[in-house]
Design a protein around this ligand. Structure first.
Ligand code: ADP
Length: 476
């Protein structure tokens, strides 16, 4: 510490002496000139006056206020010395006045010029410090971004100025240029809706995309992107987070393949089992053994449940792989629903199924629409355990038919209403009371979607739910 202080003082002193070299050198040279050449004292006065002023100006400009003032003092002392030899600065005034004028002039000049120099110095120093701080912050931000396990991309509106972290380039498998077009991101044509969302300046949430890397490997990413807007609400830039979900997708695919295989393998033995059970049931009924008849019909019920489950699993894997076949025909939706309700009525004694119908012919897959109806009404029965009315209505709207299934059961909480249409989703806390796999609504919604319709729910907890779906009306 002490050592450091001494070193600092030394360097300061060195600098102080160096800063006074111009004025000292000026005085020494002037003295030599005076001795060797300039004998005319009044001419020498002028030379001293001008050169000392120049030396003080130089020191003030080069070293600032304090050192400029020190030079001015040295200059004044030298002027005084020259004056003591003769009559320094006569300028038609007395020697003292001349000396005073000279001193004030030197001090004033040193103050003004030195102060200006200090001011400029400070401004420059501040600017440099701010720049260094910004650079440091940028460096830190870049290093944080580079450590992130997700890809981050910041681009201005026209993708002309692009900043991406290391992970982003790893995910897409190539270097990003500083300036690109939206097309350069090579968004595959099947994801044109992503481009539309971006062009409209809307946030992209949870968007999953498949693409081929330059090394020909298939990759999956999840994209979340948000626009940055100016005061006038105009998009000026985009910030995107991109996650590599290839591994997860591959795992999901393998799981789907397994479900597909398992459900296919299960289907055949269950069908045979059902046939054998039917034969067995007939035989046992003939024996009139009530206990055995009851056991067999319970067994049949369980086999039916197993069969439905396997069919649901098969449908899910068909949907997942895009292999769900849709055979559209024109049929009377109201009549089909009537048929379905005839069968469903037999499954409950506690509920009253009420149909309000208008004749409506739709273009859709009849078998799959029957499946949707069965699922919605079964759910309405299942989730209104106290019994009561279930109102089914068929209406014609503009160019579509609107079907609704209303129950007065347990209802669904607001925050769950979107999720119930997801695969394998069951409302939290309800799965133990109401067994199921959470596949029915997912399948139903996908079927309706494939038939160019929509499905949604309106519900209030404790009051009941109404499920709606639409199907396109037949042209004539
Ligand atoms: P599952 O009934 O086999 O669990 P679904 O896909 O048919 O699967 O339904 C998903 C979830 O939605 C159910 O677990 C249930 O919590 C909720 N749900 C469906 N229909 C109704 C309804 N009518 N009333 C209340 N909740 C319902």
């Amino acid at each position: 510490m002490q050592f450091k202080l001494i070193k600092l003082l030394r360097t300061r002193r060195k600098n102080l002496i160096r800063s006074q070299t111009p004025i000292i050198l000026t005085c020494v040279i002037l003295e030599i000139l005076n001795y060797a050449f300039i004998k005319d004292l009044s001419f020498f006065d002028y030379v001293v006056f001008i050169t000392v002023i120049l030396a003080v100006i130089y020191t003030s400009v080069a070293y600032g206020l304090k050192r400029g003032l020190l030079s001015a003092v040295i200059g004044i002392l030298y002027g005084d010395y020259v004056g003591s030899k003769g009559t320094f600065i006569q300028f038609n005034v007395t020697n003292e006045r001349g000396m005073l004028l000279f001193s004030v002039l030197l001090l004033l000049m040193a103050t003004v010029i030195g102060w200006l120099r200090n001011l400029i110095d400070n401004a420059i120093a501040r600017e440099i410090a701010a720049k260094e701080l910004a650079e440091e912050e940028n460096r830190q931000l870049a290093s944080i971004l580079n450590q992130l396990p997700i890809g981050v991309l910041v681009a201005d509106k026209n993708a002309r100025n692009i900043k991406a972290n290391r992970m982003m380039e790893t995910i897409i498998g190539r270097k990003l240029k500083n300036s690109m077009e939206l097309e350069d991101f090579r968004i595959p044509p099947q994801y044109s809706n992503l481009k539309v969302t971006i062009r409209r300046g809307k946030a992209v949430k949870n968007f999953e995309m498949e693409f081929v890397r330059p090394d020909k490997k298939i990759a999956f990413v999840r994209i979340d992107a948000a626009p940055i807007k100016d005061k006038k609400n105009k998009v000026i830039a985009w910030v995107s987070a991109v996650m590599d979900i290839t591994e997860r997708k591959q795992l999901e695919n393998r799981k789907d393949e397994f479900i597909n295989l398992a459900s296919h393998e299960l289907k055949t033995p269950i069908t045979s089992l059902k046939l054998y059970m039917d034969v067995l049931e007939k035989q046992i009924r003939n024996t009139n053994e009530k206990k055995s008849v009851k056991i067999v019909s319970e067994l049949q019920e369980q086999i039916d449940r197993l069969g439905t489950l396997v069919i649901d699993l098969l449908d899910v894997s068909r949907i997942q792989t895009g292999k769900l076949a849709i055979n559209t025909t024109d049929f009377r939706l109201d009549s089909m629903i009537e048929d379905a309700l005839e069968v469903l009525k037999r499954t409950t004694a506690k509920h009253k199924l009420i149909l309000k119908k208008t004749p409506a012919t739709v273009t859709a897959d009849r078998y799959r629409t029957y499946q949707v109806m069965t699922n919605l009404v079964t759910n309405a029965i299942k989730y209104s355990p106290a019994g009561g009315d279930i109102i089914i209505s068929v209406k014609k709207e503009k160019n579509y038919a609107l079907v609704s299934v209303q129950d007065f059961g347990i209802g669904i909480e607001k925050d769950q209403q979107d999720k119930i249409f997801d695969r394998l989703y069951q409302v939290e806390g309800k799965s133990s009371t109401y067994p199921g796999l959470g596949l029915g609504l997912y399948i139903s919604k996908q079927i309706v979607k494939r038939n160019k319709g929509k499905m949604w729910v309106e519900s209030e907890t404790g009051k009941g739910s109404t499920f709606y779906f639409t199907l396109p009306l037949a042209n004539n």
